[in-house]
Design a binder for this molecule. Structure first.
Ligand code: OAA
Ligand code: MG
Length: 596
């Protein structure tokens, strides 16, 4: 008789001493070399496990050997047929939020089927499980919550972090995406409703990067919220109190990091959607102590760098031939500006020379040395007083964007402000006066927050401007030619960086690895795509782009002495083998083992 483990048995039935029972293990048959999963669940529990459930795709043999007889309708569907059935259901949903809820439900039922469907309809579904609909879902998460996914750490349970991690049933954890929900996309503090963003990023790690879904863990540090809408909402499911701050917050983060290191040594941690100050502090404090990076600072910064690299190639110019204005010194703006600074230095400019090329504008106007509002990472981006002497200003108390355009003649405009229309007709016309082929990155999301449309740039520059935007825009015909604007989103970077760092066992994620990733992305853009104005690859190629990014990261890790010592072709081969494809593994019933 097949034994179905009950609760007590699950906790007593430990595969390793001190660990909860795993639901399955990755195995290879030594005789045949076949890969298979040794499955420890039976019957209804197997059907309820999203990593293992095949539903109608369980074969007749599996139904008998895994205690499923009678629990399924007799028809056996292939994964493709299941995906067709699921697509029909998806299309029946009336709006994007309902489509999100449907896909979340599907992911809870069968990860393999969810990822098959997502990969088959990537361009249609990425905007649902990810930006922009994931934002809408996070706004209402306590109202649409279905099954829980991932792990919530709170001030009340941080002391039990080891038990919590050891209670996970997945076979291993290699990748963690964590948020504290304080700055979700451009939507502000969403408390632990922000878990949706960790879940969405993990979905892209799997679909786009090819990381195995059973080794990923979305996490949320629920440390309260300062959002009155949530605090007053009777349905809100997070901790109902103001955010933990200062030493208490830092202590919790420290215990969290130590918990991750103790339980999952070698795992990669992605910081996601923290508020700016916390984001920089955590990155700085932990990047040498744990394999980690910040997606909003480094990920977005590197995607923008890739777009700029392509633009330079199209223009046949170097970074030092351009002058840059970056408006909005949040995480993305600062990350982009620091990357440009690094490229200028790589081209041989001194820090002082490089500084002269960058005009960073925030709330207070152009950043100038000595400004008491300057934050740590912004110091090398502030202009010297001499650089702006003699400028003609609209208002002598503040140097605004229009002043910078008129006096400094920048050829690259980067907006990360969430101020729609900031790059007005007048701004674009003035820019075009001094630069025949300006580069404009209007990165604010969603669409209605964009600093300008691609069309406005092409109108101001007679179709010569090079544009990328945060949200997707339709192509445009310009004098018989099709012009395109790329979507500049960190999804081009993080899945590949994560895959490369993990597979090549990097001990840290360095800035040079991000540069290598940016180069790999830019090199993926073909001359034909460049001719249409694309600065980044097309979404349909994103899985191969992620493999190229992963290989570039692995090679750079090796070169820096931080990763596996393999030659380039070996690295490419292990990356391509590592990319998980959504298809059903074969299962063999394993014996449920008990702790001694
Ligand atoms: O998730 C995205 O689309 C980009 C991102 O990291 C953010 O806006 O915070
Ligand atoms: Mg983010």
């Amino acid at each position: 008789m097949v034994q179905e483990p009950g609760w007590g048995q699950i906790h007593a039935g430990r595969v390793e001493k001190g660990a909860a029972m795993k639901t399955f293990g990755f195995k290879i048959d030594p005789l045949t070399g076949e890969d298979y999963y040794e499955v420890y669940l039976r019957g209804r529990q197997l059907l309820n496990d999203s990593h293992l459930n095949k539903a109608s795709a369980f074969t007749k043999e599996e139904r008998l050997s895994l205690g499923l007889d009678g629990m399924l309708r007799s028809g056996v569907s292939s994964l493709d047929t299941q995906a067709n059935r699921a697509y029909e259901a998806f299309l029946r949903k009336p709006d994007d939020l309902e489509r999100y809820i449907y896909l979340a439900g599907l992911q809870d039922r069968s990860e393999t089927l969810f990822y098959r469907l997502l990969l088959d309809h990537l361009e249609e579904m990425v905007p649902i499980v990810y930006t922009p609909t994931v934002g809408q879902a996070c706004m209402q998460m306590s109202h649409i919550q279905r099954r829980y996914r991932g792990i919530y750490i709170t001030p009340d349970n941080i002391a039990n972090i080891d038990q919590i991690f050891q209670g996970l049933s997945q076979p291993q954890v290699n990748l963690i995406v964590v948020t504290d929900g304080e700055r979700i996309l451009g939507l502000g503090d969403l408390g632990s409703d922000g878990m949706g963003i960790s879940v969405g990023k993990v979905s892209l790690y799997v679909a786009v990067g090819g990381v195995h879904p059973a080794v990923c863990l979305p996490m949320c540090l629920d440390v309260g919220t300062n959002n009155p809408r949530l605090l007053e909402d009777p349905l809100y499911l997070g901790i109902r109190r103001p955010r933990l701050r200062g030493a208490e917050y830092e202590e919790l983060v420290e215990k969290f990091i130590l918990g991750v290191k103790r339980n999952f040594p070698g795992a990669l941690l992605q910081w996601e959607d923290f508020a700016k100050q916390t984001a920089f502090k955590n990155l700085d404090r932990y990047r040498e102590r744990i394999l980690s990076f910040n997606d909003d600072i480094q990920g977005t910064g590197s995607t923008a760098l890739a777009a700029l690299m392509t633009a330079m190639r199209i223009k046949k110019s170097r970074f030092q031939d351009e002058r840059y204005v970056i408006v909005g010194m949040g995480q993305a703006g600062t990350g982009i500006a620091l990357n440009i600074l690094a490229m200028l230095k790589e081209e041989g400019l001194s820090a002082e020379e490089a500084r002269k090329h960058i005009f960073a504008v925030d709330m207070q106007g152009l950043l100038i040395e000595g400004d008491p509002l300057l934050e740590g990472p912004q110091e090398p981006l502030a202009q010297r007083h001499e650089a702006v002497q003699g400028w003609q200003l609209d208002d002598p108390s503040r140097i605004g964007l229009a002043d910078v355009i008129r006096n400094a003649h920048p050829s690259v405009l980067i907006g990360v402000t969430a101020q729609p229309g900031l790059f007005s007709e007048a701004i674009l016309a003035e820019t075009a006066k001094h630069s025949e082929r300006p580069i404009v990155l209007a990165l604010s999301n969603p669409t209605h927050k964009c600093e300008c449309t691609p069309e406005a740039v092409w109108k101001a520059t007679d179709g010569k401007g090079l544009v990328a935007t945060g949200s997707p825009f339709a192509p445009m015909d310009w004098k018989g030619q099709t012009l395109l604007a790329s979507q500049c989103n960190n999804m081009y970077i993080f899945p590949g960086v994560g895959l490369g760092a993990l597979v090549c066992k990097a001990s840290r994620v360095t800035d040079r690895m991000f540069f290598a990733a940016s180069r790999a992305i830019s090199e993926f853009v073909t001359p034909a795509q460049e001719a249409m104005g694309l600065l980044l690859p097309e979404m349909k190629d994103i899985r191969q782009v992620s493999a190229a990014v992963a290989a570039a990261v692995g090679i750079e890790a090796r070169n820096e002495g931080l990763g596996r010592l393999l030659d380039d072709s070996q690295i490419e081969a292990i990356i391509s083998k590592a990319q998980w494809e959504p298809k059903y593994a074969s299962y063999r019933p394993g014996t449920i083992r008990h702790a001694d």
